[in-house]
Structures are given as structure tokens and as C-alpha cells.
Write a protein that binds this ligand. Structure first.
Ligand SMILES: [Zn+2]
Length: 84
């Protein structure tokens, strides 16, 4: 048995319009850059270079994955330095 969820989307949007989005951090890209998803309507936001929240567009997703790679590489090098 599958529950129908076709009405949930529009209801969530209405909820968000009235009460505001319920953002959860879904990904930590760097110390300062995070990705957020609204648990109601699944709208995604990210922190841009100015430190402001902006909609997570494909361009920002690309920038974030690049940032993440650079950041994790740097952290790895830092950890190695501490270990040795
Ligand atoms: Zn929302």
C-alpha cells in the first residue's frame, strides 16, 4: 500500500508562505558555507561568497562541490601535519 502524497507539496508551500521555511543543514561544505533544505517544501539554500543565504542553483552546487574538494584536501593535509 502506497500513501498518496500528491497534496503534500502544495500544502507545504502554503505552510512555508504563512509560517516561513523550516531549514535544516543538509551539508557542511566548509566552516562557513553550508547547504540547507527546507523540511517542508524541500527548497534548497546555500551560503554565497558574501555570507548571505541564496537559492541553491546548479551553479552554486558546482561551486560548493569544488569548495568541498579543496577544503577536504586542506583538512587532510592539516591532519597529516598533526599526526607526523
Ligand atoms: Zn519551505
Amino acid at each position: 500500500m502506497k500513501a498518496t502524497t500528491s497534496t503534500t507539496g502544495s500544502f507545504s508551500k502554503l505552510y512555508c508562505t504563512v509560517f516561513g521555511h523550516q531549514y535544516n543543514v543538509t551539508k557542511k561544505v566548509t566552516k562557513h558555507v553550508k547547504e540547507y533544505t527546507c523540511k517542508c517544501c524541500k527548497k534548497q539554500l546555500t551560503t554565497n561568497s558574501n555570507g548571505c543565504l541564496t537559492e541553491l542553483t546548479p551553479t552554486f552546487r558546482e561551486i560548493n562541490s569544488l569548495l568541498e574538494r579543496v577544503h577536504s584536501k586542506r583538512m587532510m593535509r592539516l591532519n597529516q601535519k598533526i599526526a607526523s
